[in-house]
Design a protein around this ligand. Sequence first.
Ligand SMILES: NC(=O)c1ccc[n+]([C@@H]2O[C@H](COP(=O)([O-])OP(=O)(O)OC[C@H]3O[C@@H](n4cnc5c(N)ncnc54)[C@H](OP(=O)(O)O)[C@@H]3O)[C@@H](O)[C@H]2O)c1
Length: 342
Amino acid sequence: MPELLPIILVIGGTGAQGLPVVKALSESQRYAVRVLTRNAQSARAQELAGLPNVSLIEGSQDQQNDLHAAFTGVYGAWVNLDGFTLGEKNELFYGIRAYEIARHHGVKHYIFANTDYALRKGDWNEQYHWGHNDAKGRIGDLILSHGQEGMKTTLLTTGPYMDMLFDGMYVPKEQSDGSFLWENPAANGKIPLIALDDVGAYSLWIFNNPSDSAGLDLEVATDQISFPEIAAVFTRVTSKKGTHKRVSLEEYLPKAEPYPNAWANWSAGSDVKRDESSMTWRQNFSAWWRYWSEGKGATRDMALLDRIHPNRIKSLEEWMRLKNYDGKPRPIMKNLEDLRAR
Ligand SMILES: NC(=O)c1ccc[n+]([C@@H]2O[C@H](COP(=O)([O-])OP(=O)(O)OC[C@H]3O[C@@H](n4cnc5c(N)ncnc54)[C@H](OP(=O)(O)O)[C@@H]3O)[C@@H](O)[C@H]2O)c1
């Protein structure tokens, strides 16, 4: 690795959101990238290690010694904590600790991979509180509150991934007549979907333009679009019929949860500590569906995004054509991929 390139630590680099970031930083040839991973031998870690100027460091987001080792000697950091593994309380603690440890090590520019602070944006109505967003939102507010002296900070705030149409919450079900059905509790509000392909370009812009990006909460999206519109775009692009059927949360949740009364961080397994603060999957995703599908997150400044990234993917339609989207599932999320492989 060339000695002179400034090093960017990427936490969560093997994940769905982190992969395009590592790739964009590597391709830029302006930065060396250090990826924190629990397993340097995983297929995703090995793929990244094969890219120019990318190295791996083994460790865990929830081990302070590992964070110290990871942040030592880096110029910048891009930090996506995995709330689905850590749970809300640990994400909050380690999110604050990661920031503090970065400051201790003299990091110059810190990007926090944020999500909407839904409880705050939802006017403190507990109907909009769920763990994996609010933990990040609180940390994001705290980080910006410390100002820009000494270390520049930028929030990169994403909403639901457009790529979840392949994997996770937004995969439609193919019907016997060849049509595709999204049966879920989505209301008709606009959801700020982000195409993961563009997360790398936004991250690179932030690091390349610190005087413009310092102190910014950059809320990104590719398209702000409702579920009935998603189904209509699908029909137009694929010539297959796409339908959205709204069902109540009461009907949806028992059918959708991973197992009866699952925890929100169910994928972390049964050994992790849980307590009164731990949310169930039903609690977590009830608020998630409400907030996004009522349009509360449709606050993105699309004109700003056009200026920052003129070649961005402009719409769900463009993304579906680019991806040859056909409604069939493809692996995107690492946690889900790891679970399927077990
Ligand atoms: N799904 C969405 O639409 C969406 C939208 C916005 C934000 N988010 C947020 O994104 C986060 C998940 O990231 P993702 O979507 O990229 O998920 P993912 O594809 O499942 O990847 C999970 C990532 O977290 C890393 N990780 C998990 N536990 C770790 C630990 N203890 N120490 C070090 N690394 C750890 C994994 O690294 P290794 O396995 O290599 O260690 C991997 O890079 C969640 O907090 C979620 O709130 C998701």
